[in-house]
Design a protein around this ligand. Structure first.
Ligand SMILES: NC(=O)C1=CN([C@@H]2O[C@H](COP(=O)(O)OP(=O)(O)OC[C@H]3O[C@@H](n4cnc5c(N)ncnc54)[C@H](OP(=O)(O)O)[C@@H]3O)[C@@H](O)[C@H]2O)C=CC1
Ligand SMILES: O=C(CO)COP(=O)(O)O
Length: 334
């Protein structure tokens, strides 16, 4: 496989983890960030201590705060910022990109405005520009810190054609990072977004010491609601059984390494979602997703009992104990 020139937008936890994989695979990797200290940390000390402590990353990774420099000669562009920042960065990317690129999104969210898919929205942002060659997105159970530690990880790449997905698998895969191809962008994206809200529920149950039965039940009913939701957008059933679906759901709704899970625990600690959120300054995509998924469920009359409860906890000051008291009743199984 030829060396690729890869640009990663965002110097956060996941962008850094992917940079490390891609540099390990001998590609030229440059990261674009907005925080000088993070850029220096990467260039000089080969670490990203704000997000990943003092863990060393591949010395070949470069970072810059200049978008034009980052986009000098890009073959593959990775969007490594949270959902909320995508519009802003795409505007700049369009301004400075010099040639058409394979664009890969990593953000896990939905589109608030259209009550639809984030991928549709991102492609719209690029519409009319000539800088996007293909669109793909990368999803699956991959906590950044474990990827940086080179612990075994398997994820999906969803592209519009299977040929492109397979080509990208070649670029990313190595002995600790395995990537599998699919064309079900909608299914992967919905799984990835919705599991974050379910992970908040996982943290709530854990903090109440609800037990392993309850945990397994949450995963099962959560997967069912993800699928009910996905059907509406034409997602395939099998996607919910792959790494983007079941895999990421199990990981995030069970692990203290997940920020969404930890937020759930904090909500119980504070007995108040608003207070917990005020004190929690990490990226937690599940909060917005819970609201958008709830609205989509209402609009299209999708049966989503869990999402209604978690929405009320996050947005209507309903106490977190209501999850324990109500989520196991009237579960609608696929
Ligand atoms: N962490 C993980 O294990 C995984 C995360 N993801 C997904 O990846 C996405 C990013 O998450 P993650 O890397 O963890 O988030 P982080 O909070 O670790 O990092 C986000 C980065 O984006 C930067 N950023 C925010 N706005 C802008 C902007 N306008 N221009 C440039 N940079 C910006 C942030 O800068 P600043 O520091 O200034 O805020 C920060 O460096 C999320 O959607 C997440 O769900 C997917 C798989 C795994
Ligand atoms: O999506 C993730 C791992 O696949 C990361 O989850 P959190 O955003 O909850 O930390």
């Amino acid at each position: 496989m030829n060396k690729k020139n890869i640009t990663i937008i965002g110097t956060g936890a996941y962008g850094t983890a992917l940079a490390n994989v891609l540099a390990d695979n001998d590609n030229n990797v440059i990261m674009y960030g907005i925080v000088e200290q993070q850029i220096d940390d990467i260039n000089i000390y080969h670490q990203n201590s704000v997000f990943l402590d003092s863990k060393k990353i591949n010395k070949k990774i470069k970072a810059t705060n200049s978008m034009p420099a980052a986009l000098e000669n890009t073959d593959i562009l990775i969007l490594g910022v949270p959902t909320v920042a995508i519009k802003h960065v795409v505007n700049d990317i369009i301004k400075y990109a010099k040639k058409p690129m394979d664009v890969i999104n990593t953000a896990k969210g939905l589109d608030e405005e259209s009550l639809g898919l984030l991928s549709t929205k991102i492609k719209k942002y690029f519409e009319g520009s000539s800088v996007i060659k293909t669109y793909s997105a990368l999803y699956g159970p991959s906590i950044a810190v474990e990827v940086v530690d080179r612990q075994p990880t398997a994820i999906m790449i969803a592209s519009e054609t299977i040929e492109k997905a397979k080509e990208l698998c070649e670029v990313f895969s190595n002995e600790y990072f395995y990537m599998y191809p699919t064309t079900d962008i909608a299914g992967c994206e919905i799984s990835a977004a919705l599991k974050n809200a379910i992970a908040i529920g996982g943290g709530i149950l854990k903090a109440y010491d609800a037990g392993d039965n309850a945990h397994a039940t949450l995963l099962t009913l959560g997967l069912n609601e993800m699928y009910e939701f996905g059907k509406h957008f034409g997602a395939k059933l099998e996607t919910f059984l792959n790494f983007a679906g079941l895999g990421d759901l199990i990981l995030t709704a069970s692990s203290k390494k997940s920020r969404n899970f930890r937020l759930g625990e904090k909500i119980v600690e504070n007995n108040d979602a608003k207070k917990a959120l005020e004190a929690f300054n990490l990226t937690v995509e599940g909060v917005e997703t819970a609201r958008i998924a709830y609205e989509i469920g209402k609009k299209y009359q999708i049966d989503m009992n869990f999402f209604e409860i978690i929405y009320n906890i996050l947005y209507n000051n309903v106490k977190p104990i209501s999850l324990l008291n109500n989520v196991f009743r009237d579960v609608k199984l696929v």
